[in-house]
Structures are given as structure tokens and as C-alpha cells.
Design a protein around this ligand. Structure first.
Ligand code: GLC
Length: 507
């Protein structure tokens, strides 16, 4: 095997072009880190309406190529970004992406992402660039491993192409009806039935389920989440399938771009600081208090929170105790993010009643997020479940001590302060109001001991969060996936999964 592999990286979101959440951040940072280590990794995403080719200086890479779709053919073209570090391509299709604003939530999302996936395979063929492995992410690209074992099984171009499939959040599986199989041209294989799975999932297409069944290797974004999703509590109905494939399932911790998130060089901050000298973090705190209309009190602990305002992120238990926290504890709270209108109302109301104690900014704003990490003493992340989580990493890097629910990637990255262990933050379990409240109280008590607090801050800030460790793991897994594919070792599939041309179909 040569040292450098060709890796095709597919994600429906990649910063700075299209983003709704953590996926876009990982999809921007990880391929760059992998490329630096020597693989020829290239990424493709749809050319959504919000991506303006002229403004971004995109160049045409392929003029017009056919993409098999439903019973016929659709035509696509390919753009390339003027990025010197990493080849980034965009699939152009007027009807599916062209003039639409927004990324998801269209009634034809199944068609749009099946098309994007299929067009990506056909694009690399037309570029005559043969991937050794394809790294697929989330449900939008999950049919690719399925195709490679059916439609493309005897296609010499992809004969040696392995697939690594990454789950970022099992809560979004891409569940569609039978028609998606027709669009994708795999209806002759029918639904895939699994004896232990919820009957409701056997009569639909879970795109993510297919990614899990057919990929050579499956990953998710933290070791704990990799374990959790094999249980009924977290498995979203797919835990039997994940247990079947557990030998091929790996939890690789996410990382962040530590140059882009660096309090010592962040131009957005009123003053910069590092773990060696935290005095200027105090300036950031006063500035945040001022900006958000809070009392300028350097001794009062500021609790920050940047998040989607949803149940998954813990707003059910949090909003239930905000009032008692404000009444009983000497803190200020800054919350930023959009989401569920129910929580929006509760937070707006609390802000009105406690304007100098609680500030709520109802939209995501990256510059403000940076000021919140820098200006907060404590960063709260009470997510009910959290596959990986990136915000706690950024908060730690900016010296905000995290208080988190011990779940998924939060559990794997936040070591609890349990003397004599200094730790990097505070964790709580079980997931309930009392445990969350107790963790906040515990953090506030330690906050009154500056020597211990600074030791925690120092450890939090100096840990290695960079995406480089993940990049090294993925390079190994690409090679592992490839050798599994090439040695033709039997692919442990489900009873009834169409593997080697055999079908067991019950549409
Ligand atoms: C999803 C997960 C989040 C993870 C991110 C990037 O948004 O919910 O936990 O950090 O993907 O992998």
C-alpha cells in the first residue's frame, strides 16, 4: 500500500460554505488536518443557493456529466473552490439546490441528498480521481456504502474503494418511505428487515441504518457515545444493528481547530490572554458584563452558555431551575442561541425580570460566542445526550470551566474535579434538576478558592483539543477499512441484507 491514499470526504455541511451545527465545523477542520498528514483528501458538497459562485470565485471543474437517478438520468456540473490547501468541490444542480435558500427541510430532501451522493461518485469518476476510501457523514451520504455493495459492486472504478461512515447524531437518521429506494435505483433489494429491530423501522428506509449496515468501518464522535448507542436508551431503534456491527464501530473524539480558537490571538476579544497569565480574562469578563447589560462585578461568577435552545441540549432541566439559581446563588448568566420557541419565551421572560443578572441573546453569533467563552468563569452544557460536543472544548480553551452532564463526548472530555484530582470541570449525573443544581453549587464553592480554581482553569486550557489526534485515528481507520475491503473478509451483515448479489426482499 502506498503511503498516501485518495480519500473522498462527503458532508452536507462544511464551513465556511454551509453550516447549521457541529458537523460543519468538523467537516472543515478534519480534512485539512488529514491532508497535512499526507493523504490526498478532497471534499464535495452541494452548491446550495446560498453559495454564490461568483462571489467565492468558484471555477468550473466539470462541465456536464450524467447522474443515474430514478429511472433515468439527471445532469450535474462541478465547481471547485479557489482553496489552495484543500480541494473543495460543489455539485451543481439547478432544481435540487440552485436557487433555494437554506440547506435542509425541503419536502424533497430525500431526492436532493440521494442525488448529491450519487453525483459525488460520478464526479470523481469523471475527474478520473479514484478514491481509496470514501468518508461519509450523517444520513445525507449514507446510501453510498449501500450502492458500493449493490449497484457499483462490479464496477472496476470503485472495486477497491472502502467506506468509513461517521454518525454525528443518531437522532437524525433520514427516515423515508419506499420511494427513496426507487430514486436511488436499489428497489430490487427492498427493505432490509432485522429480527430485533423496532417493527416501525423495518417498513421504512433509515438512511443512517444503511450506512451502518454496509460501511466497512463505522465511527462516531466519542468513545462513550459509541457505547451508548448500542443500548436501547440511546440507540434510537438502531441499537440491535449497532450491536451486530460493534467490532467495526469506533468512537473517535472530535477536536477543534486550535489556531482558529485561541484566546491568545483572537481578534474579536477586547484583550487577549493565555494560560500563563489570566489577568486579561478579567477584562473580557467586565466587557461581556457591560455588553450584555449585566452589573459590572468582577467577583460575581459569570455562567455562560452557547447552544441550540432545545431539549437535547438540556433546556428542560435548566429552565426549571434558573429562577431558583438566580434567587439563591451569587451568579450572572449569559445565554446565546436560537431554538425551541417555548424556551425562548421562558428565557426572554427571565431576562425581563432579572435584566442585570441574566442576559439572553436569541440568535447565534460567532463573535459573541467567542466573547462568552472568554468572559465566562463557568460554561454550562447540561445536554441530555451529546455525541461529541465542541463548545465545551472551546470554552475550556478560553478558560471557562465547564459544568456538564456526564454523557457522550462531554463525559470523555470533562474530567470532574474530585480532590485530589484537579480535573478540568464539573460533571453531573443523573440527568435531573437536582443533580444539575448541585453541580452548579459545587462549582461556585470552588470558585471562591482562587488557587484551586486557577489550577482547574490551567488544566482545562492546556489540554490538547486539536483535531490532529482525530486526523491520525482516521488515517489508520481508512487503511483498516481498505484492508478489510481488499482481503474480502466476510462482511458481517444482517440476516437478509443484500451483500453478494443475494437479495431477500420484502417491500
Ligand atoms: C453533532 C453532535 C455533536 C457533535 C457534532 C460534530 O452536532 O450532536 O455532539 O459535536 O455533531 O461531530
Amino acid at each position: 500500500m502506498s503511503d498516501s491514499l485518495n480519500i473522498l470526504y462527503l458532508s452536507a455541511e462544511i464551513l465556511p460554505y454551509a453550516a447549521t451545527g457541529g458537523l460543519a465545523q468538523v467537516a472543515a477542520a478534519l480534512p485539512r488536518a488529514i491532508r497535512k498528514l499526507g493523504d490526498d483528501i478532497r471534499v464535495i458538497l452541494p452548491r446550495y443557493g446560498l453559495i454564490n459562485p461568483e462571489k467565492l470565485g468558484l471555477k468550473q471543474a466539470l462541465e456536464r456529466f450524467p447522474v443515474p437517478f430514478e429511472n433515468g438520468v439527471e445532469w450535474a456540473s462541478l465547481w471547485q473552490a479557489p482553496d489552495e490547501e484543500l480541494p473543495i468541490y460543489f455539485i451543481e444542480h439547478q432544481r435540487f439546490f440552485g436557487s433555494r435558500q437554506g440547506i435542509y427541510s425541503f419536502p424533497d430532501d430525500d431526492e436532493r441528498f440521494v442525488f448529491y451522493s450519487r453525483a459525488s461518485l460520478e464526479a470523481v469518476r469523471h475527474l478520473d480521481w479514484r478514491p481509496d476510501a470514501i468518508h461519509c457523514n450523517e444520513w445525507q451520504t449514507a446510501l453510498i456504502p449501500n450502492w458500493l455493495r449493490t449497484t457499483y459492486k462490479d464496477d472496476p472504478f470503485f472495486a477497491e474503494t472502502a467506506v468509513v461512515y461517521t454518525i454525528h447524531n443518531l437522532g437524525y437518521q433520514g427516515i423515508f418511505g419506499y420511494r427513496v429506494l426507487q430514486i436511488a435505483g436499489i428497489e430490487q433489494h427492498g427493505f432490509i428487515a432485522h429480527p430485533d429491530i423496532a417493527p416501525s423501522l423495518n417498513q421504512v428506509v433509515s438512511m443512517m441504518g444503511r450506512g451502518i449496515i454496509f460501511a466497512d468501518i463505522i465511527t462516531t464522535v466519542s468513545p462513550s457515545y459509541a457505547q451508548e448507542i448500542q443500548t436501547p436508551e440511546f440507540g434510537e431503534g438502531l441499537d440491535p444493528v449497532l450491536r451486530d456491527r460493534s467490532e467495526r464501530l469506533f468512537g473517535i473524539l472530535n477536536g477543534i481547530d486550535v489556531d482558529a480558537w485561541n484566546p491568545a490571538a483572537d481578534p474579536v476579544l477586547p484583550s487577549r490572554f493565555s494560560s500563563d497569565d489570566l489577568r486579561d480574562k478579567q477584562t473580557c469578563k467586565l466587557d461581556l458584563q457591560k455588553q450584555m447589560g449585566l452589573d459590572a462585578a468582577s467577583d460575581t461568577a459569570v455562567i455562560g452558555l452557547t447552544s441550540r435552545i432545545t431539549d437535547q441540549k438540556g433546556f428542560d432541566i435548566l429552565t426549571a431551575i434558573l429562577e431558583p439559581i438566580l434567587r439563591l446563588l451569587p451568579v450572572q448568566i449569559v445565554i446565546m442561541g436560537a431554538g425551541d420557541p417555548r424556551y425562548h419565551h421562558i428565557l426572554s421572560d427571565l431576562q425581563q425580570r432579572h435584566p442585570r443578572r441574566l442576559a439572553y441573546h436569541p440568535t447565534y453569533d460567532e463573535a459573541l460566542a467567542r466573547r462568552i467563552y472568554a468572559g465566562s468563569d463557568i460554561f454550562l452544557m447540561p445536554s441530555r445526550h451529546e455525541p461529541g460536543g465542541l463548545d465545551q472544548l472551546k470554552a475550556m480553551r478560553y478558560g471557562a470551566v465547564p459544568v456538564v452532564h456526564a454523557t457522550g463526548g462531554l463525559k470523555d472530555t470533562v474530567i470532574d474535579h474530585q480532590p485530589p484530582i484537579i480535573g478540568v470541570g464539573f460533571t453531573f449525573a443523573p440527568y435531573d434538576c437536582m443533580a444539575l443544581y448541585a453541580a452548579v453549587v459545587r462549582a461556585l464553592e470552588i470558585y471562591r478558592h482562587p488557587d484551586i480554581w486557577q489550577a482547574i482553569q490551567h488544566q482545562a486550557m492546556t489540554r490538547d483539543y486539536s483535531v490532529d489526534a482525530a486526523a491520525r485515528s482516521y488515517r489508520l481507520l481508512y487503511r483498516q477499512a481498505r484492508s478489510l475491503k481488499l482481503t474480502g473478509r466476510p462482511h458481517p451483515t444482517l440476516p437478509g441484507a443484500p451483500e453478494s448479489g443475494t437479495t431477500s426482499d420484502q417491500p
